[in-house]
Design a protein around this ligand. Structure first.
Ligand code: MCA
Ligand code: AMP
Length: 498
């Protein structure tokens, strides 16, 4: 696995004798390690023919097709910087990402990308797994590997730039925590445009040498089938576990398949204790949680063999973590470890991103001169370092189905509607989604409010379907304080106000 000098390859080379082991399965096709390496080489040749050189930015339209993981692995292997694009991105958000990241090329498995981006160069991706594999491993270095777009409270999403070293360091820490090895098969049904599905699921599997069985569209049945076919690890967001628990209640084969896995991992949002318990009762397996951010990758992980519902684990090997107060001073003495005193999570280490693309101001706001990154998440810690996430600083950041959504961007999209005078968006508790996006809208004419479907479609078409409000409530005016500032908490039902 080592290349020249002490430099290390990002993904291990295929060892003779192991070329026939499965590496990647999706939609009924399996590529062995040898054939995947060949497919990456053919893909790299296509990039070269298209005039792409290492260091260039290439966007990947993450169609639900085998071509997508092959392109994302091929970009990494060839040394180009991937900008993964959600194919459901609305017009406004797509324009923003393309003008911010300025990719030289968009790679896509379908015609969709070309019709949505008439001014861009689009390369139609195919999987050609014939011929030899060229031995040109991408090394672990500080050059950018990925630009991943993530929402803030206001404004358009920012591009978090992650280097190969960020990714390799984090994946090695997770492999240690979870005893993740080449004998594992990971399955997941996550999108490939975010850290969870892409960095952990796809790149993690390649780095550990394990087999990835990617299910491009989530359903409990398909996850059950992947587990029954031999997957040993499942990565999923809490919404998926909630739906798996619902389905397993009437499907003993699914419960048995979940129980047969070596490790069930949840992340991207907190898993309610109720769903922890339901899965445990139905399958005999206890889910382990891990906690992270796009900008820092995974900060904490419950280790394999030591499940602890309610906690997201100790720091991943290589990550420094501490709780800080409102002034960003570390909590001291017992307060830092009493599992009661709440502080903001700050992290430092090789997995913290290199910065936001084109946004040094935003980078400086979250990372200090000593390299500490301030997550905005509120937590407690035990004496043995186990972290419990209890909330977030900003109520304007919503996590719905594991996707992060800024209230401000949804409000902005609602205000585009000529019949909307004012809008305030909140995440309200939801058993399935964790939080559901609820829009409080003041219509220009109370007697003739705009149709709800039009408002919902408007947000989906401008931003992305997962940012659409699941509920719209019309109100006469937004509650404001004496200074005229909107007081969103007064829109909440009484018990949720704190
Ligand atoms: C429905 N649809 C619509 C509308 N209604 N489209 C436009 N306008 C509408 N009004 C479409 C959607 O586009 C979608 O189509 C389909 O209907 C279902 O949409 P939806 O109801 O939103 O999906 P869901 O069934 O609720 O999805 C649940 C889910 C999903 C599968 C759990 O939320 C999901 O994949 N979550 C994963 C999020 C994730 O990976 N987060 C990681 C972030 P179509 O199906 O065709 O698209 S990384 C991170 O957080 C950190 C680092 C970490 O810790 O991991
Ligand atoms: P993102 O910006 O999509 O990368 O989301 C990062 C945010 O997801 C974190 O700041 C947390 O608020 C949340 N998150 C991720 N994993 C967990 C978890 N296991 N428990 C609670 N919150 C989580």
């Amino acid at each position: 696995m080592t290349a020249a000098g002490s430099a290390q390859a990002l993904f291990p080379a295929v060892v003779p004798g192991e070329a026939e082991r499965p590496a990647l399965t999706a939609l009924g096709t399996t590529l062995t390690r040898g054939r995947l390496a060949a497919a990456l080489s053919r893909y790299a040749e296509c990039l070269e023919t298209a005039g792409i050189r290492p260091g260039d930015r290439v966007a990947v339209w993450t169609d639900r097709a085998l071509e997508t993981p092959v392109a994302l692995l091929g970009n990494a292997a060839f040394g180009v910087v991937s900008v993964p694009l959600n194919p459901s991105l609305g017009t406004r958000e797509l324009d923003h990402v393309l003008s911010d990241a300025q990719p030289k090329l968009i790679v896509a498995a379908s015609d969709d990308a070309a019709s949505r981006t008439p001014d861009a160069d689009v390369l139609r991706a195919t999987v050609d797994a014939t011929g030899d594999a060229a031995p040109a491993p991408r090394l672990v270095d500080d050059d950018p590997l990925l630009i991943l777009y993530t929402s803030g409270t206001t404004g358009a999403p920012k591009g978090a730039v992650l280097s190969a070293r960020n990714v390799a360091a984090n994946l090695d820490g997770l492999a240690e925590a979870w005893d993740w090895s080449a004998s594992d098969t990971v399955t997941h049904a996550l999108p490939l445009f975010h850290v969870h599905g892409l960095v952990l699921g796809l790149y993690g599997s390649r780095r550990a040498g394990s087999h990835l069985h990617w299910v491009p569209r989530f359903s409990p049945e398909k996850i059950g089938a992947a587990l029954a076919a031999g997957a040993t690890m499942l990565f999923a967001v809490p919404t998926m576990y909630h739906r798996l628990a619902d389905a397993a209640e009437t499907d003993p084969a699914l419960a048995a398949a979940l129980g047969g896995a070596r490790l069930l991992v949840s992340g991207s949002a907190g898993l309610p204790l109720r769903d922890h318990r339901r899965i445990e009762e139905l399958t005999g397996k206890t889910i382990v949680e891990r906690y992270g951010l796009t900008e820092t990758l995974i900060n904490t992980a419950v280790p394999h063999g030591a499940p602890r519902p309610g906690y997201v684990g100790p720091p991943v090997p290589g990550v420094e973590l501490r709780l800080v107060d409102d002034d960003r001073s570390p909590l001291e003495g017992d307060a830092a470890h009493d599992d009661r005193t709440i502080g903001e999570v700050a992290v430092r280490g090789p997995s913290v991103f290199t910065g936001y693309l084109n946004r040094p101001d935003a980078t400086a706001a979250v990372r200090d001169d000593d390299g500490w990154f301030y997550t905005g998440d509120l937590a407690t810690m035990t004496t043995d370092g186990a972290v419990r996430i209890v909330g977030r600083r900003a109520t304007d950041l919503i996590k719905t189905g594991g996707f992060k959504v800024g209230a401000g961007e949804v409000e902005g999209a609602l205000l585009e509607d000529a019949d909307v005078a004012e809008a305030a968006v909140l995440g309200l508790p939801d058993d399935d989604l964790g939080q559901r996006i609820v829009a409080f809208v003041v219509p220009r004419d109370a007697a003739a409010p705009p149709p709800v479907a039009r408002l919902v479609e408007g947000v989906a078409a401008a931003l992305s379907p997962h940012k659409r409000p699941r509920e719209v409530r019309f109100i006469d005016s937004l509650p404001r304080n004496a200074m005229g500032k909107v007081q969103k908490k007064r829109l909440l039902p009484e018990p949720s106000r704190d």
